[in-house]
Design a protein around this ligand. Sequence first.
Ligand SMILES: [Zn+2]
Ligand SMILES: [Zn+2]
Length: 224
Amino acid sequence: MAGKDDEDTCYVCKSSRYLNPEMRFLINTECYHKMCSNCVDRIFSYGPGPCPYPGCDKILRKNKFKEQLFDDIGVEKEVDCRARVMKVYNKTEQDFDSLEEYNAYLEEIEDLVFSLVNGVNVSEVEAKLEAQRAVKTEPRQPKKDIGGVPATPFTPFNGDRGANTLIALSDSLHDPLNEKLIDQKEFSASGYVPQVYYRRALFEAFMGICCFIDAEKTRPIETT
Ligand SMILES: [Zn+2]
Ligand SMILES: [Zn+2]
């Protein structure tokens, strides 16, 4: 059970969890070499220092150590790298003029994550992340439409704010109650117009109905 011993023994101080059940193991995001929390405290409490693993030249800081979340250290590393990249590469589809540009952006993210995980061209990747960080502080450009869909809030007419134009009021429409109101000073003084009332009543009555928008647009509603 050599693997089990490795898991429960600190490589640096050789302490075993068998003797000290409270023992916690920590990893760092530089080289992912595992050591116990006592070693981290002892070696890095007074400032950054080199990793105690032979042949590892990484300079480590105490505040960069953390508990391992995944059993597989490869998965742990990929999740960390992805989180680092996504923190600055955080645009959404709406920030792009076309789907092709957005897909190219997503592909670039995958390439950067791959490079970081595998230690390929790391300085180049760091430079790109730094450049993105600088871009992020500039004021955001107004969002652009994709595929001709208007950038308006949702309405039952698929963002069509001109939905009122779907209704054509007929001159022959008569409503005795409204016609009586327009003769009263308290209504006419406020600028009350029956047509506005009709239009609004029709719009509110029909806006929630599941209708075929294209068909409705070509056939104005008769109000006789
Ligand atoms: Zn230790
Ligand atoms: Zn190391």
